[in-house]
Every structure is written in C-alpha cells, then in structure tokens.
Design a protein. Structure first.
Length: 105
C-alpha cells in the first residue's frame, strides 16, 4: 500500500512540476551554461599562467645562481620551456576571451 501511495504522489508531483519552456528560455539556459564553462576555463588558465610565470622566475634564478654547469643548463632549458608555455597560455586565454564575448554558444 505504501509503494502505491508513493507512486501516486511522485506521479502527481512530476505532472505539477512540468512546465513548458519556450525556445528563448532554452537559449538563455544554454548561453548561461556556456558562460559558466568559459569562466571556469579562463580561471584555470589564469591560475596556470601565474604558476608558470612564478616557476619561470624561480628556474631562471636558480640557473644564474648555481655554480654547477649541469644544473645551469638543466634549469635554463626548463625556464625556456616555461616561457614558451606562457606564450601558449596567453594565446589560449585570448581565444577564450573571444569565445566568451560571442552571442551564441
């Protein structure tokens, strides 16, 4: 008896919650969701960019401070890789800014 009662309540609740949405409402929902996703991606790109800049500074400093030639080469190469990665992150951030300014998702 309780299961039948639960089914009846659930069915009446689902029928009451059903609201007809217009195409404009659906477009707004999709666009809002897209803005949310692009915002999260932009935030992640900014975090990666900051960490990469800090890492490049640290690696460059270690490359100039250390007296061992092997470590200077090692940290120097990785600082150059970080600089290239910074350039790539800036390009991706620019593309994300263009994408977030478009009217359609």
């Amino acid at each position: 008896m309780e299961l039948d009662d639960l089914k009846i309540r659930l069915k009446s609740k689902m029928e009451a919650d059903h609201v007809v949405k217009t195409t404009g409402d659906l477009q707004k929902a999709i666009h809002a969701n897209t803005k949310s996703i692009t915002g999260k991606i932009k935030r992640s790109l900014w975090i990666e960019l900051v960490f990469c800049i800090v890492m490049a500074i640290v690696l460059t400093a270690v490359a100039f401070i250390t007296t061992f030639m092997g470590l200077r080469i090692y940290f120097g190469i990785f600082s150059v890789v970080c600089l290239v990665f910074i350039f790539i992150l800036l390009l991706l951030l620019g593309k994300m800014n263009k994408l977030s300014n478009t009217p359609e998702p």
